[in-house]
Design a protein around this ligand. Structure first.
Ligand SMILES: Cc1ncc(COP(=O)(O)O)c(C=O)c1O
Length: 399
């Protein structure tokens, strides 16, 4: 017995690997500051926790509909109507075990061998691997810092072939924090109107974390003609600080939603019944804390961007959303550490930061664009100040 060929097409998640590394070091009593993990440090709101406890007491502890209870589907449909001006019927809604599961279901349910999926780089680590697991080919399009880490209409047009099945748009983005404005989405939409065979996977997981008054829009909203071929994906993990509860969801064409449910019926079955009840409370309860949390994240973003730009060799753009920065680290490449190690690439730099500065970040190569690194600033201002000071000192010590 040996692992399958399908498994051989994927890599373990680089971000989860760094998170485990930090857990190991901390367990050994080493003072390491983890800026690798993509999760808010805020707690799940109390009203959400209370709803989960209530669900347990009320006996909501049995199997539910495979892709979501009627209550959760109604809450998701109401969320799309309230936040995104999108009208989905409950047959157009799916609930899954986290947003990653939504991605997995959508790709495995639609991709045939040789189908292409356009993935702007840098990308969230799971996109290429899930596409490859499904038998498809990710087509990377480099969207570097000079273009604000965003795909241009010309690039999109050039990347489309008769085999293109999906284009993935993630806004605000993990790992860069870049977010598409309404105008930028419209321009991409105009290209897609000329290619009716291409579907859009709109990953809006960071919708509620935007800054400086940025107005979040999703492509099916600004390009209504694309609504029938867009899967609008979102979830509770980031907005409601519910990463461990595992609820992701999407709205899209009813045949696609049905196909995803068929797959889910033979894999996980329903998402946890208690987590679904909690998600109903999150989506239908008070939403004002979302803006408060985004404001707290903005203060941290400003701190991190400022301090990283003071580190020799690092150049950090200011993102519009999410809780990541993706600085260019080319000024550190080719230099030597005090212990005499040469920094040949961004992975070496991340290794140096971890070993000598005790700060954990993730190297840009894991996200498909180097030399760079991703820093998650979803942690306290005190920890961020200390971590950035360590990075500044480590960069200054390079020769
Ligand atoms: C862009 C993006 N989409 C989707 C997800 C999936 O989130 P989860 O599976 O934790 O709900 C993540 C998590 O890191 C993400 O960054």
């Amino acid at each position: 017995m040996h692992p399958s060929a399908a498994l051989g097409r994927i890599q373990p998640s680089a971000t989860l690997a760094m998170t485990s590394r930090v857990f190991e070091l901390k367990a050994k009593g080493i003072d390491v500051i983890g800026l690798g993990a993509g999760e808010p440090d805020f707690d799940t709101p109390d009203c959400v926790k209370d709803a989960a406890i209530e669900a347990i007491r009320a006996g909501k502890t049995k199997y539910t509909n495979v892709d979501g209870t009627p209550e959760l589907k109604a809450a998701i449909a109401a969320k799309f109507a309230r936040d995104n001006n999108l009208t989905y019927g409950t047959d157009q809604i799916t609930a899954n075990v986290g947003g990653k599961h939504t991605l997995f279901n959508a790709m495995v349910a639609t991709i045939d061998a040789g189908d292409e999926v356009i993935v702007p780089a840098p990308y969230w680590v799971s996109y290429p691997d899930v596409v490859q697991f499904a038998g498809g080919t990710p087509v990377f399009v480099e969207a570097g810092v000079a273009q604000g880490y965003k795909l241009t209409p010309e690039q999109l047009d050039a990347a489309i072939t008769p085999r293109t099945k999906w284009v993935i748009l993630n806004s605000p983005s993990n790992p860069t924090g870049a977010a598409y404005s309404e105008g930028e989405l419209k321009a991409l939409g105009e290209v897609l109107m000329r290619h009716p065979h291409v579907w859009v996977f709109a990953d809006d997981m960071y919708e509620h974390i935007t800054y400086d008054g940025f107005r979040f829009r999703t492509i099916a909203e600004v390009c209504p003609d694309l609504f029938p071929r867009t899967l609008t994906v979102n979830g509770c993990s980031k907005a409601y600080a519910m990463t461990g509860w595992r609820i992701g969801f999407a709205g899209g064409a009813s045949w696609l939603i049905k196909a995803m449910a068929k797959l889910q019926s033979q894999s996980t079955s329903n998402p946890c019944s208690i987590a679904q009840a909690a998600a109903v409370a999150a989506l239908t309860g008070p939403q004002d804390f979302l803006a408060q949390r985004a404001a707290a994240f903005q203060t941290r973003r400003d701190l991190v961007v400022r301090m990283l730009n003071d580190a020799p060799g690092i150049s950090c753009p200011t993102p519009e959303g999410a809780f990541y920065v993706y600085p260019d680290v080319s000024g550190t490449i080719g230099r030597t550490t005090p212990k005499g190690k040469r920094i040949g690439n961004d992975e070496d730099l991340i290794g140096y930061f971890l070993d000598d500065a005790r700060v954990a970040a993730v190297h840009g190569a894991a996200f498909g664009l180097s030399p760079a690194m991703r820093i998650s600033y979803a942690t306290s201002e005190a920890a961020l100040t200390e971590a950035c000071t360590r990075i500044q000192e480590a960069c200054a010590a390079l020769r």
